[in-house]
Design a protein around this ligand. Structure first.
Ligand code: ATP
Length: 489
């Protein structure tokens, strides 16, 4: 009807429209004072229904700024929609924040997207407009545009919006975590612990390429580990419901070069967790160890490599020292008068039991050793760690994994002979040794497999493997060192 009023060239209809509007407003003004309250309520309800009929949507707005501070929910919606909306959007913003591991895709200005959640359609538009004035954000940057996400949903589905927003917040946190660059933490000496100052974790990018795909391991065992990790990742609600700490422990043992460090990296890459590499030999006392534990973030893999190499007073002396006594000694600055570590087995056991404590969440603890027989049984007693895994010489599954990684093949006539040789008593080869041989023939699978056969056929092979610290392959030798050094490969 409006065009009828406004569309006439001589303006007669236009003036009729304004006359009518003025009359209606005058009647409403008189009605407000003259009509009884019940009538007014009735008319209000009627008006609301008419309005709802014309616009059946409820609208929610997420502004970029709350005052001069960035609003978290705007960023969360942006992240959430980057994982949902961009596939169908025609205009997409591509950016890569400093700590992101890959590009971030987001809805471009004034682009729309319809999301589906529990069968309900949610209509999103990203609005960008020029500000009438500028504001100065808390980081001192000048903001000249107003940005907001507008969400519309049929009013009859309004009750689900709160659940939908909760879903957005959870999913955005997961996406942020996945897109973040992984870090490896070592703890830096702030003036050295002999100087009595504390230590802080120091981080740098973690780039170890190992994954469960590249890890040479018995396939059944590998599937078991991956399933446990998946259950661990998905079952946050279970841990909350049962009041259990959301943590898990692995104890890895086996000869050098069989993949303990690679296993740690595969776990971190699989869960996308940061790594905290703890060298117990440089921790001055139990108190420092507790302090380090409290500084570890959530979603972390805490690894203590070669735990057998740390000299700890025997269990009885650790247990017989009253806790107050240990605390007292720690308070004096830690270490003994000679500056030696006073870390005790009791302190390490408490640390391992930090697994079960309620502080911190989503942490994987991994202890590794080449010599499980040298460890105090208390440290590896059943129940202290969730899984005990022996990483040992190559089996056929492991060799196939390595052949796929290095030669790009899992089927070859030579595999039958390799399998026979592996089954013989002399057929021992660490994955590091096998990787070294295959790496040298990466361009020629036939030659690589023949080289493996020659190596496995050597009568002294088993003895060489057992003394592999004296006979490391170039790959194994190249990978010696700390986890941190390996992370920069
Ligand atoms: N199970 C494996 N799967 C794939 N590659 C492996 C495996 N084990 C060893 N390698 C290869 O050998 C290199 C050294 O292995 P890694 O450092 O993981 O062994 P380790 O058991 O931790 O040895 P160490 O006890 O000497 O620290 C790896 O970078 C990788 O190239």
């Amino acid at each position: 009807m409006l065009p009828l009023f406004l569309g006439n060239k001589d303006g007669r209809n236009e003036s009729s429209f304004w006359a009518l509007l003025t009359t209606v407003l005058a009647i409403l003004a008189v009605a407000r004072t003259a009509l009884p309250t019940e009538w007014l309520r009735f008319f209000r309800r009627l008006g609301a229904r008419l309005f709802a009929y014309l616009d059946p949507y409820s609208t929610y707005t997420f502004h970029e700024f709350a005052g001069s501070s960035p609003d978290q929910n705007y960023e969360r919606v942006k992240t959430y929609l980057s994982g949902r909306g961009v596939q169908d959007a025609r205009r997409v913003l591509v950016s890569q924040p400093k700590n992101a591991s890959s590009p971030v895709y987001a809805l471009a200005d004034n682009e729309a997207f319809i999301d589906d959640f529990e069968g309900v359609k949610f209509h999103w538009v990203h609005f960008v407009n020029q500000r009438s004035g500028t504001i100065v954000a808390v980081d001192s940057s000048v903001v000249e545009e107003t940005r907001s996400f507008q969400l519309k949903v049929l009013a009859k589905h309004q009750h689900i919006v709160q659940k939908y927003v909760g879903h957005i917040i959870k999913r955005a946190a997961e996406l942020e975590q996945l897109n973040r660059e992984l870090l490896i933490y070592n703890y830096s000496a702030m003036g050295g612990w002999r100087g009595g100052k504390g230590r802080l974790w120091d981080s740098q990018p973690f780039k170890h390429p190992a994954t469960f795909d590249t890890l040479a391991l018995d396939h059944q065992l590998k599937a078991q580990v991956v399933n446990r990790l998946e259950a661990f990742r998905k079952n946050a609600a279970f841990y909350t419901r049962t009041g259990r700490a959301h943590k898990m422990g692995f104890f890895l043992f086996g000869p050098p070069g069989c993949g303990k460090t690679s296993f740690v990296a595969a776990v971190a890459n699989h869960l996308h967790y940061d790594v905290y590499d703890l060298d117990l030999s440089t921790v001055r006392d139990n108190s420092s160890l507790r302090g380090l534990l409290t500084q570890i973030g959530d979603k972390a893999v805490v690894v203590v490599e070669d735990i057998d190499t740390v000299e700890l007073p025997d269990r009885r002396s650790a247990a017989s020292t009253p806790p107050e006594g240990r605390m007292g000694r720690d308070k004096r600055g830690g270490g003994d008068d000679e500056g030696r570590s006073t870390l005790t087995l009791g302190g390490v056991l408490n640390f391992a039991d930090g697994l079960r404590s309620s502080s911190g969440s989503e942490r994987i603890f991994i202890f590794t050793t080449n010599h499980p027989e040298r460890l105090d049984p208390a440290l590896i007693r059943p129940g202290r760690m969730d899984m005990h895994i022996q990483l040992t010489y190559c089996g056929m599954d492991g060799l196939r994994d390595l052949c796929r990684t290095y030669l790009g093949t899992t089927q070859h006539a030579a595999f039958a002979e390799i399998e026979q040789l592996l089954a013989s008593s002399d057929g021992k080869l660490t994955p590091a040794q096998a990787a070294g041989i295959l790496e040298a023939h990466a361009d020629d699978p036939d030659a690589g497999l023949q080289a493996l056969i020659r190596r496995l056929s050597q009568p002294s092979n088993g003895r060489l493997s057992e003394a592999s610290h004296l006979h490391k392959t170039p790959t194994a030798a190249a990978h010696e060192g700390t986890l941190l050094e390996r992370s920069s490969q």
